[in-house]
Ligand binder design. Structure first.
Ligand code: SF4
Length: 103
């Protein structure tokens, strides 16, 4: 299937609800008008167009998790854990010689 057909097919698959808001968000992302729209569209796709599921998403390993829409900001405990893990990972990469942060 070529790109045109894939895009048309996907557009048809997006539920035409809330005055086309899901489709509008996806089109905005495709047009490179908004990274926020791209994250929202991906999260909505991921959670079968259920915004409450996006809000409740617990896939903390997903790189979009911190950016997903509709979510409350992290609590103090979560913020502390994330800071701790990212700091440990940084040292582990330096120790293992896989730190590419200077690239
Ligand atoms: S943050 Fe959650 S909802 Fe968004 S793409 Fe990742 S796993 Fe899916």
């Amino acid at each position: 299937m070529n790109i045109r057909d894939q895009l048309r097919q996907w557009h048809k698959n997006i539920p035409d609800l809330y005055h086309g808001s899901f489709r509008k968000k996806w089109i905005k992302a495709l047009q490179r008008k908004s990274m926020k729209a791209a994250v929202t569209a991906k999260c909505q796709d991921c959670m079968c167009w259920q915004n409450t599921e996006v809000k409740e998403c617990n896939i903390v390993t997903c790189p979009l998790w911190q950016y997903r829409p509709f979510a409350n900001k992290n609590g103090e405990a979560e913020t502390e854990v994330i800071a701790e893990v990212t700091e440990i990972s940084k040292y582990e990469m330096v120790y293992a010689g896989t730190d590419n942060s200077q690239d």
